[in-house]
Ligand binder design. Structure first.
Ligand code: NAI
Ligand code: MG
Length: 357
């Protein structure tokens, strides 16, 4: 027996979510066996368009009670636009988790892996290795604003950015702590305080204040426009990049794009205080165009499992899963078709699990 026991909500969702989540679970089970912790895995069929077709809603009324006591949510992907409009499926499921479980930190590793061609010339594995941390609950994505005199010459539209001290400080604290834990101990803040002259200077002010509590972390800041250019020109410069909701949204797509393929990029939506479960999922969607063929790349899902293990306190297991992923990606016959390999989804997942075992 062990007191390292984790209760996980497993939610495959739609499309290739149903194919890649089982591979993630396979690897989690192999890691548990190897590193001596226990898993309780509870499967849920909601947050899917199949569930919607049966019940007329994406999730049951008591979804929150069913999931809230889990240590984490392991999520596949949601969306079947041919059956349910995307805004209905997304807002009826994922967005509810993010909002109601206060998952304010969205984290995406950006790392160039072996076997993956970077669209940036001359970059090899090891050259690009950083995290994008996005604020996920306020900022530019606010519901304060409105429209006056619609349809007339006087039409007026406003939408106000909202930055609270609580909201800004907690994302900065998370990012500084992540930087402090990493070998490079470096943080970059995305700003635009030259143009956005009220909220962004406030963001900068809070960065400066927070930095005082982390004297061993070196930090800098860039305006978002030149920062985007540096992601492409000098990606080796970064370690932890922290950004507001809008800037983080853009950077967290640009970063993984610089390291190759959608099939391997993972993400975490975290409630760092652990008052609520955090959610781990691939960056990609349900890929209806290839669903059901067994060809989807399971690495993004498996890497998401590694992030989840780290969050649960199993750092060693997390590192071992990432190392196993790197080994699998460096072999043609173990990679999936999207990476020029010949393995199917299951063969690729089994290869990662076998290295752990
Ligand atoms: P997508 O990420 O599902 O697919 C984009 C392209 O990448 C497709 O050609 C797909 O075949 C390919 N692809 C994606 N994941 C792959 C993998 N693991 N292996 C190999 N190829 C892969 O994005 P798309 O097509 O815009 O959206 C499809 C559905 O997914 C929509 O309903 C959308 O709303 C939903 N979606 C859900 C997300 C989530 O659950 N967090 C995120 C993004 C989209
Ligand atoms: Mg996005």
């Amino acid at each position: 027996g062990t007191n390292r026991k984790y209760r996980l909500a497993i939610i495959p969702g739609d499309g290739i979510g149903k194919e890649v989540v089982p591979e993630g679970v396979r690897v989690l089970e192999a890691a548990a066996k190897k590193f001596g912790f226990e898993l309780q895995l509870d499967d849920f069929d909601f947050a899917s368009c199949d569930y919607y077709q049966k019940h007329g809603r994406m999730m049951p009324e008591d979804w929150k009670e069913q999931v809230i006591h889990h240590d984490a949510i392991f999520f596949g992907a949601v969306g079947m636009p041919a059956i349910v409009p995307d805004h209905v499926s997304l807002w009826g499921s994922l967005i509810k988790f993010r909002r109601e479980f206060d998952q304010y930190a969205n984290v995406r590793p950006v790392r160039l892996m072996p076997g993956v061609k970077s669209p940036l010339a001359g970059r090899k594995p090891g050259d690009i290795d950083f995290f994008v941390v996005r604020e996920n609950t306020e900022g530019e994505y606010s519901s304060i604003g409105g429209r006056m005199y619609p349809g007339t010459d006087r039409e007026i539209v406003t939408q106000q950015t909202v930055m609270s001290r609580t909201g800004v400080d907690r994302i900065l604290k998370y990012a500084f702590e992540l930087a402090q834990k990493s070998p490079k101990k470096h943080l970059t803040s995305a700003t635009k305080s030259n143009g956005i002259s009220i909220t962004m200077p406030y963001w900068d002010e809070r960065v400066k204040a927070m930095a005082k509590s982390y004297p061993d972390v070196k930090w800098d800041q860039y305006h978002i426009d030149i920062l985007a250019a540096h992601f492409v020109l000098n990606p080796d410069r970064f370690n932890v990049v922290v950004a507001s909701n809008l800037f983080g949204d853009i950077l967290s797509d640009l970063g993984p794009a610089c390291t190759g393929t959608i099939g391997i990029a993972p993400s975490g939506s975290l409630n760092p205080e652990r008052k609520f479960p955090s959610l781990f999922e691939p960056v990609h969607g349900s890929a209806p165009d290839i669903a059901g063929q067994g060809v989807a790349n399971p690495i993004a899902q498996i890497w998401s499992a590694a992030m989840m293990l780290d969050h649960l306190g199993e750092a060693e297991a997390s590192g071992a899963v990432i190392a196993a992923i790197e080994r699998v990606l460096s072999e043609d016959k173990l990679r999936t078709r999207d990476l020029g390999g010949s393995a199917n989804t299951q063969a690729c997942g089994k290869a990662v699990a076998a290295i752990l075992g």
